[in-house]
Ligand binder design. Sequence first.
Ligand code: ATP
Ligand code: MG
Length: 439
Amino acid sequence: MLLPDYVRRCVDALESAGFAAYAVGGCVRDACLGLTPQDYDLCTSALPEETERVFSGHRLVLAGKKHGTVAVVTEGGIVEITTFRTEGDYTDSRHPGWVRFVPDIEADLARRDFTVNAMAFSPSRGFADPFGGRADLEHRVLRAVGDPATRFEEDALRILRGVRFAVKYGLTVEEKTMDAMLRLAPTMDKLARERVFEELCKLLVLVTPEDLLRFAPILASVIPELGPMIGFDQRSPHHAYDLFTHTARVCGNLPPTLTLRWAGLLHDTGKIPTFTQDETGRGHFYGHAKASAQMADDILRRLKAPTALREEVTGLIELHMTKLPPEKKVLRRWLGRLGPEAMDTLLTFQQADFGGKGTGLPEEAEEFPRLRVIVGEIQAENACLSLKDLAVNGRDLMDLGFEGKAIGACLQRLLDLVIDEKIPNERDALLAEAGRSAQ
Ligand code: ATP
Ligand code: MG
């Protein structure tokens, strides 16, 4: 394994001072897979004060010193250097009760979550791989270090991390590890919501529909609203798949942005509470877009998602059933209301939703490219789409004698007329029209 110069220099500095130093964790895993590591973490026998002394000529970040981490700012980037440590006494599936520094690398590797993450490498000492991480990588297996259940009881977030690593690197989860993941998934309710949310975000942008199906019960443990959707027969001629399979197909096929993926995952949650059957037995979900938006709002609040993301996701879900006709006048209105970016997102979403049904006719699928062409034409025309594009403003109306709310109402009416092509967006025409309504 080749370490970049700036990392190598850190290892050498520690070794020259008489300490053992290794690259460890994700960077070793990625290098073994032939991938370029995103960052390099080091571990060392040096105590934090000793590391500080070795790098006294550098700028250091000491926020993690209590837990053994000294971050060294180098010309190549920040290198986190952590003293070999072990930890234990988890009482709440999330916090180690204690952290203890230890002299050897093996004890440090033993506290890590999965064998593929429990490898270290030193240019002078070679690989430290006491749990067979390299063999597991070769066989594409994800395996917990030590007894899986114990490890997930210590920190339940490891369950979701495991899902992410399995998905990211195409690993099969070893049987005992998988059993423990499934059995202990409900204990993730004790985790800090922020940690769960962050991990879910990392996962959602990686998953395929098959991944979502494979790990559905684990996802349903952290988002209980998904549980009843698994295997739910929609009893609808529009749907070839059960509700969760449809959800997985939509979510996993969307472009990997957080807004689209979260919306994909949650867009049909409201189908469960709105489900009805008519006398023929056919299923209906009247009002489910609104219900789903409300549920998504609850879920994302619970997970402490950032407000901007929550609002984008719920906005998209609320509109996901809104039929956009291929008519310029109507699309102009939507474009004015949503703006070009959200309009594009909505079309992308609706297309993926359609693709996830598994029943649509080819001519229906052609609708989306057509809508995009029209939206493109509207944008190319530089059309007047919103109040700020109007050739008159509130001041102009005040000069005509409008006051208070009447100003906004009149501007809106003028905009409607312009969008409907009843009057041109020209100052004189607009003032004349406003003047007429003032009388
Ligand atoms: P990524 O590519 O996501 O950064 P990573 O393996 O580097 O993957 P980090 O979260 O950066 O993951 O953690 C670095 C290392 O620390 C991991 O490889 C693993 O050995 C260990 N680790 C991190 N979180 C945990 C945890 N919750 N339980 C046990 N070990 C952990
Ligand atoms: Mg990392």
